[in-house]
Ligand binder design. Structure first.
Ligand SMILES: Nc1ncnc2c1ncn2[C@@H]1O[C@H](COP(=O)(O)OP(=O)(O)O)[C@@H](O)[C@H]1O
Ligand SMILES: [Mg+2]
Length: 264
C-alpha cells in the first residue's frame, strides 16, 4: 500500500493574545494514493493549521509528517515539488489578467509557454470562461470564478498531492456546485490524491471517499463514509454526518461552530 501522506502525532500550539491555543493535539492520519480524503470540522478545529503544516508553510511543534515518503520539515523542497495548495481566498495578482496569472504559475513550475497556453485554453473552456475574458484582470471576476481559476491553476501544475482548504466556503450554492464538479473532473482527469477540508457535511459526503472528523484539534473519528454511518446506524436510522458528529462529540455541528466563535 502506498501512502501520499502520513502524519504521526502532529501538534501545534499558538499564542493568541497571551493565551495559549492548542490548535492541533496529536493528529494521526494516513492518506492512500488516489483518495479524496476529507477533513470535516467546524471553524477553529485546526484544519487550516494542518494544511499549512502539510504544505511546508508552518513547522509542527511535535510529530512527523511525510508526503510520498519525504519529511515535510527536513525535505521541504522535495515536498514542495509534489504538492499544490488552494486556500479559501484564492491568491492572485488581482490587477493582472487571468492569463498572466496562469502563465506566471506555469512559469514557476517549469511548464513551457506553449504547453501552458494549451492547458490554459482547456482550463478556460472547462470552467466556462470565454477566451476574451482571459485578458481581464482577475479582480473583475466573481469569487466563484476566481476560485475555479485557482483550482484549475493548481491542477495545471499536476501535483501528486493537492491540498484544498475549504475550496467552496463562502460561495453561493451554484458556484459551490460548479467548484465541486470541477474538483471531481480534475481528479478524474489527473488522478491526484486530494486532502480537502470543509465544514460542509454534504460536501464531505459528496466528494470524499474517506473522512476524518476533526474537533478542537483532535480527530474524533475517521473512516469511509459508509463505515462512519454504520457506526451509529443501530441508533440512528439513515444517519448523516451531522448525526455522526453529534454522536462522537456530544454537541451539534452548529453548536461547535458557535463555541469557537465565542472563544475567538
Ligand atoms: N497564526 C495563528 N496565531 C494564533 N492562533 C492561531 C493561528 N492560526 C490558527 N490559530 C488558532 O488555532 C485554532 C485552529 O485554527 P485553524 O487551523 O485556522 O482552524 P480551521 O481551519 O479548522 O478553522 C483556532 O483557535 C485559531 O484561532
Ligand atoms: Mg480554516
Amino acid at each position: 500500500m502506498s501512502y501520499a501522506l502520513t502524519a504521526e502525532n502532529i501538534k501545534k500550539v499558538f499564542k493568541k493574545n497571551k493565551k495559549i491555543v492548542h490548535a492541533l493535539k496529536g493528529i494521526d492520519i494516513q492518506i492512500r494514493e488516489g483518495e479524496i480524503y476529507g477533513f470535516l470540522g467546524p471553524n477553529g478545529s485546526g484544519k487550516s493549521t494542518f494544511i499549512r503544516i502539510a504544505s511546508t508553510l508552518l513547522i509542527p511543534d511535535a510529530g512527523e509528517i511525510k508526503v510520498f515518503g519525504y519529511d515535510v520539515v527536513k525535505e521541504a523542497t522535495k515536498v514542495q515539488r509534489l504538492i499544490n495548495r488552494v486556500s479559501v481566498e484564492a491568491s492572485f495578482f488581482k490587477k493582472l489578467s487571468a492569463i498572466e496569472n496562469l502563465l506566471f504559475a506555469a512559469g514557476i513550475h517549469g511548464i513551457s509557454k506553449k504547453e501552458a497556453l494549451k492547458k490554459i485554453y482547456a482550463i478556460s473552456e472547462r470552467v466556462g470562461l470565454d477566451r476574451e475574458r482571459l485578458n481581464d484582470p482577475l479582480e473583475d471576476f466573481s469569487r466563484g470564478m476566481q476560485q475555479k481559476v485557482a483550482i484549475a491553476r493548481a491542477f495545471m501544475t499536476e501535483p501528486k498531492l493537492m491540498l484544498l482548504d475549504e475550496p467552496t466556503t463562502g460561495l453561493d450554492p451554484r458556484a459551490k456546485r460548479e467548484v465541486q464538479s470541477l474538483i471531481m473532473h480534475m481528479k478524474e482527469k489527473l488522478g491526484a490524491t486530494i486532502l480537502l477540508t470543509t465544514h460542509d457535511m454534504e460536501e464531505a459526503e459528496k466528494l470524499c471517499n474517506y473522512v476524518a472528523i476533526i474537533h478542537k484539534g483532535r480527530i474524533i473519528v475517521k473512516g469511509h463514509t459508509e463505515e462512519l454511518k454504520a457506526m451509529i446506524s443501530h441508533r440512528v436510522k439513515n444517519p448523516t454526518f451531522e448525526d455522526v458528529f453529534m454522536e462522537f462529540t456530544g454537541v451539534s455541528f452548529d453548536e461547535a461552530e458557535y463555541e469557537e466563535a465565542e472563544s475567538a
